[in-house]
Design a protein. Structure first.
Length: 57
């Protein structure tokens, strides 16, 4: 297995959401699935959502 950095993008009604995760996977397809699973697990356990970085143009 190799370490892969995966960026998932979801277009939303008022913006775009990005999820970036480091995963261990044998293929790109497996990496995407692993990143999706990490996101779903994270969302299930969040009590409060905060952003700690931003960029304004």
């Amino acid at each position: 297995m190799a370490k892969k950095k995966v960026t998932l993008r979801a277009p939303l009604k008022h913006g775009t959401f990005y999820w970036v995760a480091d995963v261990q996977a044998d293929s790109d397809d497996e990496a995407v699935v692993a990143a999706e699973n990490l996101f779903l697990n994270e969302v299930e356990q969040i009590n409060e959502w905060t952003f700690d970085d931003f960029d304004v143009e």
